[in-house]
Design a protein around this ligand. Structure first.
Ligand SMILES: Cc1cc2nc3c(=O)[nH]c(=O)nc-3n(C[C@H](O)[C@H](O)[C@H](O)COP(=O)(O)O)c2cc1C
Length: 210
């Protein structure tokens, strides 16, 4: 009798899986695998104004109005202490042209190395914060630290965007950023490889327009 019920349940489950009512997806252990995110170069300064650059992939949009972004940094990073103390940072968006410099700033620490000098990147004065913007990055978001949330391996730094610096070369005819001209870098957290973006697949709302 029990065997009969078991067979019925097994048959029904197989039908539901086939009809995609029951999930047939595999479960992986929980991990923060949001992909793709842009790789960014975050600049900060110490109390004497000495600047540093740190490569980060843990970055995201947090709010539109007023504009906020988030970056997650391990407490062991030199940049973690700098931003905690001086409370300002700039999120610079590098392009595929400077992927080598971007990688370099993610494998050495500003505690021992002047990354602007070694990576041959150029400082430019920001308008509203002390950390410099990076000339070679076409877009830079100047941020004031709003809050820090301790999460575990990384702490989330919430920054209010107080100014955006953009190269004319990545502006479109509307005066806004034309991301097609930007060529950002993304990073695969599984393989550690850097990628550029692919071809345009459609534009926002293209499923609803006639
Ligand atoms: C592609 C890439 C992404 C990275 N993303 C992060 C990140 O999101 N958070 C973090 O704490 N470190 C990240 N790192 C590591 C730091 O960039 C690295 O430890 C750096 O040397 C820290 O510099 P600092 O000590 O001068 O602050 C990343 C490194 C690379 C190469």
């Amino acid at each position: 009798m029990a065997l009969k019920y078991w067979l019925i349940i097994a048959t029904l489950s197989a039908i539901l899986v086939r009809c995609r009512v029951l999930s047939s997806k595999k479960e992986l252990k929980p991990s923060a695998l949001v992909y793709p995110t842009p790789v960014v170069l975050v600049t900060s300064v110490d109390e004497n104004g000495r600047p540093n650059i740190c490569t980060l992939a843990a970055v995201g949009i947090l709010s539109g109005k007023p504009p906020h972004v988030g970056i997650s940094i391990r407490p062991s990073r030199y940049s973690h202490g700098l931003i905690s103390r001086t409370k300002e940072f700039v999120v610079n968006i590098p392009t595929t042209d400077i992927v080598r410099e971007t990688d370099y700033c993610g494998v050495v620490s500003g505690r021992t190395v002047d990354k602007f000098r070694e990576a041959k990147l150029t400082q430019m004065k920001a308008k509203k914060v002390r950390p410099p913007i990076i000339k070679e990055c076409p877009v830079s978001l100047e941020c004031k630290l709003k809050d820090v949330i301790k999460l575990g391996s990384h702490d989330l730094f919430i920054g209010e965007v107080v100014n955006v610096d953009v190269d004319e070369s990545v502006l479109g005819s509307s005066g806004n950023i034309d991301y097609g001209k930007l060529s950002p870098v993304t990073w695969n957290p599984i393989t550690g490889e850097y990628h550029g973006l692919g071809k345009v697949l459609g534009s926002e709302g293209f499923q609803k327009r006639k």
